[in-house]
Design a binder for this molecule. Sequence first.
Ligand SMILES: CC(C)(COP(=O)(O)OP(=O)(O)OC[C@H]1O[C@@H](n2cnc3c(N)ncnc32)[C@H](O)[C@@H]1OP(=O)(O)O)[C@@H](O)C(=O)NCCC(=O)NCCS
Length: 188
Amino acid sequence: MRIPGTTPHLRTPRTLLRPFRPDDVDGMIRCGKDPEIVRMFGGSPDFDEPVPMSRDEASAWFEHVTADANPLHWAVQHDGRFIGTARLHGVVEDDRRARYAVGFHDRVVLGRGLGLEVTRAVATYGFTVVGLHRIDLRVLAYNTRAIRCYRRAGFVEEGRERESAFVDGTWHDDVIMAMLEHEVAAGR
Ligand SMILES: CC(C)(COP(=O)(O)OP(=O)(O)OC[C@H]1O[C@@H](n2cnc3c(N)ncnc32)[C@H](O)[C@@H]1OP(=O)(O)O)[C@@H](O)C(=O)NCCC(=O)NCCS
């Protein structure tokens, strides 16, 4: 497998995936906190409308993402602005497998096909450059937007973990999805 020493730049028609940089703190503050997005990540927000993110919260987030030595962890930029993150993590070299995670923090960009572009780019990079055989992911069953995006990119539903997440006082299932190296063309 060919895991790069530093985070590579990946371009899609409308996004740039790049290493994190200090002004992503300002980008994260601009995104703020949206209750729907928090729920899609499995959180239980105590607010019903978007609320601002403090500089302390954004700085703590930045420290957390930059403490990750994984080079396959990207900041996603659109129209020159930070909008979210994507990563391949949990790489198992012997099995040539990894797990995919993506999330936008800016609600105005949701549902415009950017997630599909990013997912296709990361999957293509993972299979063709890194040499992965399998990329899998888990997604909350109620996150239908994400599931449709992953399906369009070529991920296949493999199963369901029942009541594996407790969100807003209710148990929810996780859906397990995966793509294999020979399936990447299907997501193009
Ligand atoms: C998941 C995510 C990356 C997908 O990116 P996106 O740009 O929003 O998705 P896309 O526009 O590429 O595709 C969305 C699909 O869902 C559909 N969709 C759009 N809005 C929707 C909504 N409110 N509910 C259900 N489906 C919706 C779109 O029509 C599209 O499906 P189609 O191609 O079959 O028509 C993004 O929504 C996101 O970051 N969400 C918040 C965090 C999150 O959920 N992260 C994933 C955790 S596993």
